[in-house]
Design a protein. Structure first.
Length: 313
């Protein structure tokens, strides 16, 4: 805004991978705001999450997937960690801050031999996705495999949730609630793991790690399978629509998920500036001079603005 002008309401923010049409909030009770979150409400949410994610093991509710990322380095003594990159940079940052020796590698096979390995599946920002069999094979070659499934909601077939049971100690899955359900401000996410690891995570997180409104909204949303199916279909359609607009503008698709798309532009800074001149914000990356990432517009007006900007109108 300082450079291109406008007020916050004038801008279309496509820099995130958050569903622009959020889940409709349930009716809250006064106790959701006035009382400390109850153990019963937390248990109910976690049971609903286990069912939604198809996980026989534990689902530990936390204040967003980021909270889980911050706790992962403390589950084991620091050693050699490898992160499949390029990806969400907070994984490597959290591990380094806790004293881990971190290497960022470019292929799944390069993760073998690590005391702790991190894979984002599907990956942010290029959308690389790995089949469960490939990740299960990797699981046998590392000490602890951490799979961040924050963008997996529209593609549940790639999730490792069904392989996590009460005795699992070498596999940890991270799930974001706010991205698919469009309620990032609630700060809710889950760690799917075995019982012992769940206990260690809860001890680290401390009491009342999830607020009352998030407990109620999360349980309602995760139990609403009809909304999930309708939203998945819409997001997939909209992702295809975004690809067609970008291709018409001369950009080449790199990949992405149903919540964001990444394109080869030939010049990322120039492409971002072009959109920003129309008060549309996007995401570019320090490791690529040509990639740009776009989220999805949420309404007809947003689509029209993006189409006009990409067409140079």
């Amino acid at each position: 805004m300082a450079r291109f002008g406008g007020a916050p309401g004038d801008w279309l923010d496509l820099s995130t991978g958050i569903n622009p049409r959020p889940y409709p909030l349930p009716a809250f009770q006064g106790s959701d705001w006035a009382a400390l979150p109850s153990a019963a409400a937390l248990d109910a949410l976690e049971e609903t999450a286990r069912a939604a994610y198809g996980c026989p093991g534990a689902a530990v509710a936390l204040a967003g997937a980021q909270a889980a990322i911050q706790l992962v380095p403390w589950l084991r003594p620091p050693g050699r960690a490898r992160v499949l990159a390029p990806t969400y940079n907070e994984h490597a940052a959290a591990l380094r801050a806790a004293g881990w020796e971190v290497s960022e590698v470019s292929s799944l096979s390069d993760l073998a031999g690590a005391d702790l390995a991190v894979v984002v599946n599907p990956n942010n920002p290029d959308g690389r996705a790995f089949a469960p069999d490939d990740l299960l094979a990797l699981r046998r070659a590392v000490g602890l495999l951490v799979v961040d499934e924050s963008f997996a909601d529209p593609t549940p077939e790639i999730s490792l949730g069904r392989w996590v049971d009460g005795g699992t100690e070498d596999l940890l899955l991270l799930r974001s609630f706010g991205k698919f359900y469009g309620l990032a401000g609630l700060r809710l996410g889950f760690a799917l793991c075995g019982a012992d690891m769940a206990n260690r995570l809860r001890e680290r997180a401390g009491p009342w790690s999830v607020n009352g409104p998030a407990l109620r909204a999360g349980q309602a949303a995760l139990a609403d399978r009809a909304w999930e199916a309708e939203t998945t279909a819409r997001l997939l359609r909209d992702a295809g629509r975004l690809d067609r607009l970008a291709e018409a503008a001369g950009w080449r698709g790199v990949g992405g998920t149903a919540l964001f798309r990444t394109y080869e532009t030939g010049g990322a800074q120039a492409a971002q500036d072009r959109l920003a001149a129309a008060h549309i914000w996007s995401r570019i990356f320090p490791y690529s001079p040509s990639w740009i990432r776009l989220g999805l517009p949420g309404d007809a007006a947003g689509w029209a603005r993006l189409e006009a900007a990409l067409a140079g109108r």
